[in-house]
Design a protein. Structure first.
Length: 234
């Protein structure tokens, strides 16, 4: 019976892969919705359920686009809290997956469109929540800020969303530039230029030195720069 069940499952999976991307996303939608209905009284989804959801998306070969479905099913006007509630699930889909992060940003735009009155004023807060929770990384956030996907939500709303996001994106750019400048300064400090009296003339000797090990107490995590951004003032 076990072998028969396994064979049937493989046959069904093969049949699903012959369907269009839209049809496979619909299958994924129904699968996740069923799981959510079964866990209606729980706050979030347990680790096993999350793994099963990821496995289903991989089986249907819709892993990157699957985040669009998750946005539709998991987010509403309370998206700020829901980002925290379902953080681990989104990290499973988006960690080191730039394409999935791009689709997620489109899903966020669609969520804002659906609850425009409540969420348009909170765009910067939403982006910061995605960034703080390590769901969307800095590069993909900045790339999103450079390009408007007008077909996703329409030209007018897309421009409004990006206008609301502009201060956060600017802060992110400045933080990136400061980080790059700091790295360059650290590289320069690895080289000492010294004069040696034993060398004839004014020739300069270049001596490479290793920087002292950084103290754990003085190292600051990258996102400590968040303290400089007054998100409530945006």
């Amino acid at each position: 019976m076990s072998e028969l069940t396994s064979g049937v499952n493989r046959l069904m999976a093969n049949n699903d892969l012959e369907k269009s991307s839209e049809e496979r996303l619909q299958i994924f939608f129904e699968d996740v919705k069923k799981r959510l209905d079964e866990n209606a009284n729980n706050n979030g989804l347990d680790a096993n359920t999350q793994k099963e959801i990821v496995a289903k998306a991989e089986q249907l070969e819709v892993r990157d686009k699957a985040v669009l479905v998750l946005c539709e099913l998991l987010f509403n006007e309370n998206v700020l809290q829901q980002i925290k509630t379902y953080r681990n699930l989104f990290v499973r889909f988006c960690a080191d997956k730039p394409k999935a992060q791009k689709y997620l940003m489109r899903g966020i735009e669609l969520t804002i469109k659906e609850y425009q009155n409540q969420l348009l004023p909170k765009v910067s807060h939403i982006l910061k929540a995605l960034y703080d929770n390590d769901i969307v990384d800095e590069k993909e956030m900045l790339d999103w800020g450079k390009k408007k996907y007008k077909k996703t939500v329409g030209k007018e709303l897309s421009e409004q969303i990006h206008a609301k996001a502009s201060q956060f994106i600017k802060w992110l750019q400045e933080a990136e530039e400061e980080s790059e400048n700091s790295s360059e300064e650290e590289e320069d400090s690895d080289i000492d230029v010294v004069y040696d009296d034993r060398v004839l003339g004014d020739k300069i000797q270049v001596r490479e030195t290793s920087p002292p090990p950084a103290s754990k107490q003085t190292q600051q995590p990258k996102k400590d720069a968040d303290d400089e951004l007054d998100i409530d003032a945006i």
